[in-house]
Design a protein around this ligand. Sequence first.
Ligand code: ASP
Length: 357
Amino acid sequence: MSNKYSRRDFIKTGIGVSAAAVLSSGKNLIGTQRNVGEMCVVASGNGLRATEKAMELLKQEKDPLDAVIAGVNIVEDDPEDRSVGYGGLPNEEGVVELDSSVMHGPTHNGGAVASLRNIKNPSKVAKLVMERTDHALLVGEGALRFAKAHGFKEENLLTDRARERWLSRKERLSDRDFWFPPRPEEAEGEFASFFEFHGTINCCAIDAHANLAGVTTTSGFFFKIPGRVGDSPIIGAGLFVDNDVGAAGSTGRGEANILNCGSFLVVNFMGMGSSPEEACLKALKKIAEKTKCQPHLLNDEGRPRFGLQFYAINKKGEFGGASMWSGGQFAVHDGKENKLRPCAYLFKRPDKSKKNS
Ligand code: ASP
């Protein structure tokens, strides 16, 4: 997509005016002050190559959505990243199923695919769903046929490394899966293996015209039930962009995010005046509170025993990242330097060394 949305168009449509009104009413902006026209790209901690690439394209005046998709394609293509695209860890039947969504701020349009097999760049297919259909989400067999109709080639996404990991999990299989018996409270052993392995890449950007876009792409949970769809392809959960306000995306336990419309919440909090970091923390707090109704997801202290992270940019180009538990990082290219920064956090991870001493 070319850079169809000039600054003049942007102001003409009134988008810029309402954004200015939203931001000037905000009292809580604590992020680095940035000048309009400064570009920024944020991504999850596995996204340093994505932020680098996306910034390079933004500097060439490319559309922000094209920029972030080109960024995450590097990670989708990389067999070493076991959470995304080619080399992603498979479902419980040993099949890699990918989820992705994209959202383009200037047109407030989006597209997504879920449970897509055999195509290593679901983010590119998600963009085609946005551009070449009147739908927002295609899943499974239909998504695959759509991709093939657009010339994508099917390939086996299961690398030997991922297959061996799956085989060893299968061989150790006990009651640790994602299935519940009719009375979960009576079951022995642990349920979900979401602690074992999962991951995703989210990447959001703001260009020199203050236009926003984002993408989220993943292979979802390792050993998931076939057909399980996480938050990544759900607009409002794993990704949300409002060109008047900001963009946000997420990684971590998708179910918690879907049930709370996490990325939408973050953007909404930014719209009410919170800084990106504060907005991420507020969304996490809300999700932690709501998790109290699901005891199997709580630790002994009544806190969520899962990871969840949000990354956000507001209309000013200020950015932030926060995670449920301390120790997280996110990637930021602020136009000058590209580096990992620590995420703010809701709960401090217990210090294991102290417990053992
Ligand atoms: N959010 C992803 C999902 O639920 C997993 C992850 O980011 O770790 O599919």
